[in-house]
Ligand binder design. Sequence first.
Ligand SMILES: *Cc1c(COP(=O)(O)O)cnc(C)c1O
Ligand code: SF4
Length: 445
Amino acid sequence: MPQWNRIDPDLRQGIDVVSRVLPFRTNCYVLENLIEWSNVPDDPIFQLVFPQRGMLYPEQFRAVESTLWKGGSLEELARVVSRVRLELNPHPGGQLTHNVPVLEGRPLPGLQHKYAETVLLFPAQGQTCHVYCTYCFRWAQFVGIEGLRFATPSTSDLVAYLKAHPEITDVLITGGDPMIMQAAQLRRYIEPLLSPELEQVRNIRIGTKALTTWPSRFTSNPDADACLRLFEEIVAADRHLAVMGHYSHPVELEPETARAAVRRVRSTGAEIRMQAPLVKHINDSADVWAALWRTGVRLGLVPYYMFVERDTGPRNYFEVPLARACEIFKEAFSRVSGLARTAKGPAMSAFPGKVRILDVRTLREILGDELVPSSDPEQRVFLCDFIQARDPAWIGRTFFAAFDPRAAWFDQLKPAFRNQSFPFPTKSEGQLSLFGSSVAEALLH
Ligand SMILES: *Cc1c(COP(=O)(O)O)cnc(C)c1O
Ligand code: SF4
């Protein structure tokens, strides 16, 4: 790793200014093992951890820079920084506020229940990470805008809620990064779920990026063995333990420590599934995803989601249009072994559910002989489906959205056909209605 003062001064200035606004945290493992310094600033992991000038709009950048430059007071800097942060949509999608479950009239903070079979648990001590990803949609929490409102100090609310909801089979422990916790802390959350009374809990997932940003946490760290023993106990209690590894780029699977971490975690009987958002400057190419899935499968990982980057923070910097995301997914998917075709995406966690862009099709391809004379056979539409949904009846249902080469998030999608609305609610307001007409019907209306 080069010394900080040997990094290009312009690059350093950019990092200095942007890191006043967006969270920045890295560690020696990442700096020494994952970043190819001769390739900076284009190096994907450099982009993943170091704030970049382009993440702010020029006027936002200048406002922060000039306050620093003229030696403004801390209060003045805080005011400018706070204004810029509010311009970056710090509260996207209402994910965290819409789905807080209620038990006997009491909201249960630190839990989220959006899809029938799965409940999310946000342990209070697991709401930070070893390294912050520049594209993280939880960035507002890390700079203190959101606080820890969405975290819970214990599992007791969850246990009570599970007893009242026997349909829940999956508990997903998430953050932040729960693997930042010591094994003893993690155990306090997990052990109660293993009791025979809660046999309904079949699957326990732990979402983490520690396998790539701090792999010695599972190998040589003083707490590593305690952590692996906990994993073994989960498996011995006849639960499926899925470690949802956040893997953004195949380079993260290269270091021997990262591979040793995979071997040790898998030796407990846990499965590791791999998922990440598709992010410009980091992994926006089919080559990268094909290599990631191929390497992962060879090491025994199971490809899971390719997410679309959420509409918050430096989204303009990271955004990949949905049409391009779909192309990247399809191309990577077509190039890998069937064993890697467990990958699903590109998927957007939107209000009604996880929406996947399946394909871009023309009306001619969809309708063939049923094409009505007045329509343009070359008109393109997005073919979408739900891979997860608030209403389980929607899962697997396909629908069409108007093709827009620039659309990069669900709220930019419009119904494909005139006089039609999407047959599901797109926001929390609005009536729930079930899927309606087929395309042919829609065109004839
Ligand atoms: C993705 C997700 C889940 C899990 O869905 P699976 O299809 O089982 O992977 C659960 N809750 C929320 C809020 C999610 O976004
Ligand atoms: S590991 Fe996850 S929660 Fe932590 S910074 Fe990265 S994306 Fe955000």
